[in-house]
Design a protein around this ligand. Sequence first.
Ligand SMILES: Cc1cc2nc3c(=O)[nH]c(=O)nc-3n(C[C@H](O)[C@H](O)[C@H](O)COP(=O)(O)OP(=O)(O)OC[C@H]3O[C@@H](n4cnc5c(N)ncnc54)[C@H](O)[C@@H]3O)c2cc1C
Length: 808
Amino acid sequence: MKSHARVVVIGGGVVGCSVLYHLTKFGWTDVVLVERSELTSGSTWHAAGGMHTINGDPNVAKLQKYTVELYKEIQDYSGQDIGLHMTSGMMLASTKDRFDWMKSILAKGRYMGLDAHLLTPKEAHELMPLLDPDQFVGAVFDPVEGHLDPYGTTHAYAKSAKKNGADIYLHTKVEDLVQREDGSWRVITNKGEIIAEHVVNCGGLWAREVGRMVGLELPVLAMEHMYLITEDMPEVIEFNQTRGKELMHCVDFDGEIYLRQERNGMLMGTYEKACRPWSPLNTPWDFGHELLDEDIERITPELEVGFRHFPAFNKAGIKKIINGPFTFSPDGNPLVGPVRGMTNYWSACAVMAGFSQGGGVGLALANWMIHGDPGFDVFAMDVSRYGDFATLGYTNAKVRENYSRRFSIRYPNEELPAGRPLLTTPIYDKLKAAGAVFGASYGLEAPLWFAPEGVEDQFSWRRSTDFETVGAEARAVRDSVGLMETSGFAKYAVKGEGAEAWLDQLLTCRMPAAGRMTLAPMLKDDGKLIGDFTLAKLGEGGFLLIGSGIAEDYHMRWFETHLPKDGSVTLEALNLGLVGLAIAGPKARDVLQKLTHQDLSTAAFPFMTVRKMDLGMAPAIVGRVSYTGDLGYEIWMKPQYQRYLYDLIMEAGAEFDIKLFGLRALNALRLEKSYGSWSREYRPLYGPLEAGLERFVAVGKGADFIGKAAVKAERESGGELRLRTFILEAKDADVIGDEPIYLDGAVRGWVTSGGYAHAAGVSVAVGYVPKEIADIEAGWSIELLGEVLAARLQPEPLFDATGAKMRG
Ligand SMILES: Cc1cc2nc3c(=O)[nH]c(=O)nc-3n(C[C@H](O)[C@H](O)[C@H](O)COP(=O)(O)OP(=O)(O)OC[C@H]3O[C@@H](n4cnc5c(N)ncnc54)[C@H](O)[C@@H]3O)c2cc1C
């Protein structure tokens, strides 16, 4: 065994072997994979081996596409047969709602060049005669689907990696990981020790245990999963003989089942509602190539639907039932990337679809380790999307929910209930009493809208029960004044003698003077956005940086990596140690002025001013800024003052008929200003010029900020894309995100977000298109739920285009 290696990959399942292969492919060949048993000894060996490209998240879909396209390469390179069957596949819908959902998935795939299309039940039956067409309303055909041999595929990755110089040690168990002073790791195994610069947790079923070796509790849990294999079926044999090909894959969403041909019979699996976690606390080290007890009763309700939808199964004998465990994160996506607070400890676990995603995970991780960047937008699978709130108990609740809903529709206005409420702010019950309907974001309950008594969200792809009320909330802001809670933003305190110099080279903006705020984009070396913040200089109090709540751990990882080592800067994520309220609308100043002796006139307290002030008896930080685009104030306070301040403001606002508003109204309002938001318009895919943020990028400032060279190059070349706002001739539904944008009938761009702009009374879509066509006025359309609707470019903000109201 080697005593030193650049990387030790822990775990020889499909994911570990893919990571190993990609590292060697990109030139890191001093790499080792350590496997406690034989390769595939976790969940990999009993997988059904199905793979596909389509995914609700286009960024994940890209990595799935890469994975599927990689198989031929590793088979050829390694000489190992992977048993590849590219059969194509279809997704089936039994209800109109489901079909609407499929159309939206199909539309999302359109700008990625996915070659999928809709089928009538009759056409579906023609392609897949085992199904009963009367049970379905339609289907989506996907040519790029199939299955493979899990064992052969894992070995193909492993052999390819070995051919490139990697070592693989079987029957070698990592028992502990100890970090050395220089940041390298002592990888302590039952066969001796390896010193490694980097370690990668590809522990699969044991990923939690490999996490615990370094004090980490990764949000990952294994679930039991069953599929059955039938005896030979005459219908299958006949199809093969007459058509000269295999039956294709099917996912029957309303039956919650998937199926494919297996030899001369069929394989049918299900994500059952009555699901069961496996080894919820610890994974036994002696578990290996054994299966779990079958429990046909648990999956009977789903199988009954399956057998009705595919009647040929009723006559088929069942040859065997496989029950095996595999792992999930709370949202079902993998946990990939560097772990915050650790040097060179990488995660590549919770990969629930190893044969659709394993290649993409290996590619992204190898890029990240070698080049410092995954090379794609992988936030959907970034390990940093979970913070401290994702405890063992939370993970258990969410994973069970996710598993049992694997094939369920999630409507755009649907908030999932498991593991909630977890984090709440002091005014939670006051807001609830006022009718707040909450959504959970990064574990925190945040008000979405305030429902009248007896009204609740009816989940739908189309405008729903909240439409009128959200409209009234938005109009109240524009007409008078509204109050919303803003505690869900991430807040960071940056202090110390080196704080200003550090922020100056971290952020692209000019540093604000004391008592002032500015918008502050943050870039990666390649000039793409990795954050967008509001930066406030509080004078003696240092700086307050406010950003996206869901990205707190993601940004903290970036900040901490770039923090000076000399202790001259202190950084703290304040989380709920600082909570917020915001008021906005033409009467906002009148309300606030009642609570303070300080002069709030524009002359004394202009737009983008920030100041500590007492409101009534409570100390607060008040900034004159509003994401609604209106005259407004953000008010930050310690949590113990929030109830008092809430009551105080509501009382002061009563004479102006102050209304509570939630995140949905805020979305409607910010669309009228064409303001972007993190994870939608602003992502590591886009440069600041493309995203319309160039005025906050001070290339002329002295500091050599991260991404400066790249941003200069972007200015010279003009980048490739432009963010644009469109008005859509929508009927009863508005865009959600990822819909294709057409110019003269050809797909040219994609929607990042949108919705109904209630105060303006129009349906808005925001999205990216190539810069060459970005200012063409006519010829636009956007596909929404299968219909291509006319759209027109909206060159100016719909509300307060000159900014006079906001600044006045
Ligand atoms: C019944 C069933 C059907 C499935 N069907 C499909 C499907 O059709 N398509 C699909 O894409 N996916 C499917 N899956 C899921 C798929 O199996 C997983 O996505 C995949 O196996 C994950 O691979 P992995 O490498 O992350 O984990 P694992 O396969 O669990 O591998 C982890 C490896 O790490 C090793 N290890 C752990 N700790 C240590 C240590 N301390 N020292 C050394 N070695 C260690 C283990 O021995 C193991 O070999 C299915 C799963 C099941 C159970």
